[in-house]
Design a protein around this ligand. Structure first.
Ligand SMILES: *Cc1c(COP(=O)(O)O)cnc(C)c1O
Length: 415
């Protein structure tokens, strides 16, 4: 993560110019923001308070408290807080004792930051096809990808849906003596048979990036129920650096700015005021280097006390927001039924969180997502479609991943 300085006045001006353009284009001014977010005024108050007390930013006891609370809420033995989910993944790779040139099976339809985290640890990511019911790894496609160098399977619960083949993958990994890492970046709080996802594998990662289930602007956690793996992750953690005060300040400012930007976009004057007060620096979530698969200099940081403080407050809201998401999903269920689209699969005995609601639509409907603004009053997501790795996954015979890239759009669930 890097900072980029911007002229806040120019940004505010551009925002207003865009509003005027939208009026001319006949688009609504008050479309719900793309990034359904969980920041509220209480988070803003905490961030503002912290901004005035930089001497408290490095209070490690706040981080320990956050990790303990998260582990407890999640039903896991231990948790480690990092500056992002991808770094948590790097820590898991290290903690599981995976070595350079080991192969890891992973879904051909996911965030490019996942492939990067594997590559940064010297791992060879082996793209494997997904199913189109929950967009998870297809258990039947794994065996053909195994080699003598395969050491682990990275599975995910995409869009907050519990993966269709969850138990099958865990069983298969046992049979072949492979480790399982669960990517729960979309599924924090989702349950299978009454247990939160992330607890059946050997280690799991979670993300509190702005567009995910809960929000610290950037942030992530790694969890495990194994003492040995915890020791390994702990070693990575102990060697990790902490972001500098400039970064922490920008991140706290972003809590305020993003609240006004996304929670009340119709009140543009508040957004513009926040932009001018807090918007000089911007955090870059995927740097140019990372886009090309190159590790940034500050990759691998752990979370400081100030951000953990926001995390503690956010943790208390996850269940409430996930309930809201599940309610909105019913609206999209109905839309699918009425318009002849397939609903995503809710695995029996699972409680998904529906971070977003995925639907396979016609290629043209994905290519021109604007229709959703006029017809539904929302902005559709096209997560993981503009990702060079997933496109090459298509070339490597991941047929369903290719279909998802062409056809899968995702609806917001906090509108
Ligand atoms: C966002 C995301 C991650 C990584 O989380 P960051 O906190 O952004 O590093 C991992 N996996 C998936 C599927 C994601 O969408």
């Amino acid at each position: 993560m890097l900072l980029r300085s911007k002229n806040p006045f120019l940004q505010a001006f551009r925002g207003q110019a865009n509003n005027i353009l939208n009026i001319f284009k006949g688009l609504p001014l008050t479309t719900p923001p793309f990034s359904s977010m969980t920041l509220d005024l209480d988070d803003v108050a905490i961030a503002r308070h912290l901004l005035k007390a930089p001497e408290t930013w490095h209070d490690e006891s706040r981080v320990k408290d956050y990790e303990k609370r998260f582990a407890q809420w999640n039903g896991s033995k231990s948790a480690f807080a990092f500056m992002s989910g991808r770094v948590a993944l790097s820590a898991c790779i290290y903690g599981l004792g995976l070595k350079r040139n080991d192969e890891v099976i992973f879904p051909g339809f996911t965030s490019r930051s996942v492939a990067n985290a594997l590559k940064f640890e010297g791992i060879i990511p082996v793209y494997t096809d997904i199913e189109l019911d929950t967009f998870g790894l297809d258990a039947d496609k794994i065996e053909e990808r195994l080699t003598t160098r395969t050491r682990a399977i990275l599975m995910h619960h995409l869009y907050g849906l519990v993966c269709r083949d969850y138990e099958k993958i865990i069983a298969l990994a046992k049979r072949y003596n492979l480790k399982v890492i669960e990517d729960c970046a979309h599924a924090t709080g989702a349950e299978y048979k009454g247990i939160k996802v992330g607890n059946l594998g050997d280690a799991a990662i979670y993300s509190s990036e702005n567009s995910k289930v809960f929000n610290t602007i950037t942030g992530g956690l790694a969890t495990t129920n194994s003492k040995k793996v915890a020791e390994g992750i702990g070693e990575y953690y102990d060697n990790a650096s902490i972001p500098d005060d400039e970064m922490i300040k920008t991140q706290l400012g972003s809590v305020v700015l993003n609240y006004f930007k996304y929670a009340a976009p119709q009140q543009w004057w508040r957004k513009d005021a926040a932009q001018i007060l807090y918007g000089k620096d911007k955090i870059i979530l995927l740097t140019k280097e990372e886009e090309m698969g190159i590790k940034s200099n500050d990759y691998g940081q752990k979370m400081p006390g100030a951000i953990a403080e926001i995390g503690i407050n956010q943790l208390g809201k996850i269940d409430r927001y996930n309930k809201l998401r599940r309610q909105t999903a019913k609206r999209w269920d109905k839309w699918c039924e009425e318009n002849g689209y397939k609903k995503p699969l809710v695995v029996p005995d699972s409680e998904p969180v529906f971070l977003r609601y995925p639907v396979l639509v016609e290629d043209e409907k994905k290519a021109t997502r604007r229709w959703s603004v006029k017809e539904l009053g929302i902005h559709l997501g096209n997560w993981f479609s503009v990702n060079r790795q997933t496109i090459s996954a298509h070339d490597e015979g991941c047929v369903n991943a290719g279909i998802a890239i062409r056809k899968c759009v995702d609806f917001p669930t906090l509108t």
